[in-house]
Design a protein around this ligand. Structure first.
Ligand code: ADP
Length: 474
């Protein structure tokens, strides 16, 4: 059985968020389970800059709309990874957008990527399942239906975040070789526009999303972003499979980004040493004895940054310190910077993307905040558990499936969680965290339960494997 992952990002080549982690790690685990997997990515500028050893596999033009678009396909010499080159589309500083917003030609960039990948896969002839991800590759199953209706490959679409759908004006259809007959309510039409993700949902053999709770939530008006009706219709082919994290990469025992490595047995002193080193690195004179809270995230409203800012003055009244690492919406970045000025003695906002620093913050913190409005799966809370850092989360989507609220009486639970999306509940949970930290014993228990959780890819990769098998047998 052979699987092709067609993805807009994947570690270690390119990552802007959780999709990159998943798309890079799941194929590795599937390969370990004896599956043959290949990965297909756009050859972005950042990947070209890495000077990987690439060999040319194919070169040509693909006709999309009226244009003949040139492409080259390269294979990474040391891996089953293919890159599709077109410098007009991919030789840019970031994959999807600039600070000003999305690239206006994203509709053709990713239609092109999907079409070239599909042609390549069908020509190869040895692929059983094509696994596409998010709106960027959702046009692939539509193309498959149009251009290769009898080809044997099954298509699985994974939705990592339904908030991003690839919605474009209807005029783009002609430019991407999709007939107007598909611009209907049962096709790609979406309030007068074209919706790529809707196409993917309709034309894939199976749709998955990244946690069982999120699979249910997206069928409701509150979380479906307008696609809830269509998802309810196709619910028989919709499944939720929780993401894992790469346990060999996210491992405080061997993590190369942290100076003082630790495991379950050495957590007490070593975590404190990590805190001390982080404060030195960031030039902070925060007291070591206070609990350190952290948040590492894209700074967008999905992540609960609004309620954090709303409750910030109250949170700052509590005996704690706070480190925040993130980039995103300008309004949030600016507000957090000004809060950084105001609360200089206990809060530091770090407005950048920095992988190494993220590891050091996970290792140094006592609590990790994820007050998300919605969260398809979330990786931050699982990483936090792995580093003995207690997650404080809003009970939604994947956060609900992975974090159980701690109960003093039963001594069960791996974190702190709250239900309502408002600053009051967030403040109360932070307050609870501070109290538990002070008491010591319960804090240690939560930490221990968290570190004993297993959110590695092992079991989730097996669920995907079963799904591919079922599809092949159909
Ligand atoms: P999403 O995919 O919605 O952004 P996830 O929680 O699924 O959220 O994954 C986010 C990933 O990106 C985690 O690995 C997190 O550590 C990382 N991350 C987010 N922001 C930053 C940042 N500014 N610097 C370094 N890593 C970050």
């Amino acid at each position: 059985m052979k699987i092709a992952f067609v993805v807009p990002e994947a570690v270690p080549y390119i990552k802007t968020g959780g999709l990159g982690d998943v798309a890079g790690t799941l194929p590795v685990y599937l390969t370990k389970l004896g599956f043959n997997t290949i990965l297909i990515l756009p050859l972005y500028k950042t990947i070209k800059d890495k000077n990987l050893e690439l060999e040319l596999v194919e070169k040509g033009d693909v006709k999309i709309g009226e244009r003949a678009l040139p492409f080259s396909i390269y294979k990474h010499k040391e891996a089953q990874v293919y890159f599709i080159e077109n410098d007009e589309f991919f030789l840019r500083d970031s994959p999807y957008n600039t600070k000003e917003g999305d690239y206006p030609d994203n509709y053709i960039r990713f239609a092109f990527f999907s079409k070239v990948s599909l042609d390549f896969i069908v020509k190869k002839g040895d692929i059983d399942v094509i696994h596409v991800h998010d709106w960027q590759t959702s046009i692939l199953p539509v193309y498959k239906e149009l251009f290769y209706p009898n080809s044997k490959e099954k298509v699985v679409l994974t939705i990592h975040n339904i908030g991003y759908q690839g919605i474009f004006p209807k005029d783009v259809l002609k430019e991407i070789s999709i007939p107007p007959s598909l611009l209907t309510i049962d096709g790609l039409e979406f309030y007068g526009n074209v919706n790529y993700l809707k196409g993917g949902i309709l034309f894939s053999d199976c749709v998955t999303t990244v946690s069982p709770s999120y699979a249910k939530e997206i069928q409701t008006k509150e979380y479906g972003f307008g696609l809830e009706g269509i998802l309810r219709k196709v619910r028989r082919k919709l499944f939720g499979i929780i993401n894992g994290i790469d346990y060999s990469y996210w491992n405080p025992k061997v993590d190369k980004f942290i100076k003082v490595n630790y495991g379950k047995d050495s957590i007490d002193n070593k975590k404190l040493e990590n805190k001390k080193l982080l404060f030195e690195e960031l030039n902070l004179n925060f007291p070591l004895s206070l609990p350190l809270f952290s948040l590492i995230s894209r700074l967008v409203s999905q992540k609960g940054i609004d309620i954090l800012i709303e409750g910030f003055d109250d949170i700052m009244k509590l005996p704690l310190n706070f480190v925040l690492l993130g980039t995103g919406d300008k309004k949030f970045e600016e507000k957090l910077m000004s809060l950084g000025e105001k609360y200089r003695s206990k809060f530091i906002p770090l407005i950048k993307f920095d992988e190494g620093l993220a590891h050091r913050i996970y290792a140094a913190s006592d609590f990790f905040l994820m007050p998300s409005k919605f969260e398809p799966c979330g990786l931050g809370q699982m990483i936090a558990l792995r580093y003995g850092t207690v997650p404080i989360v809003r009970r939604t989507g994947g956060l609900k499936d992975t974090i159980q609220d701690y109960h003093e009486k039963t001594n069960c639970g791996n974190g702190i969680s709250f239900d309502e999306y408002d600053s009051f509940d967030l403040i109360k949970s932070v307050e609870r965290g501070v109290k538990i930290f002070r008491e010591g014993k319960s804090y240690k228990k939560i930490q221990e339960i968290g570190m004993n959780c297993d959110y590695s890819w092992d079991s989730s990769a097996k669920e995907y494997l079963n799904l591919y098998r079922r599809l092949k047998e159909e």
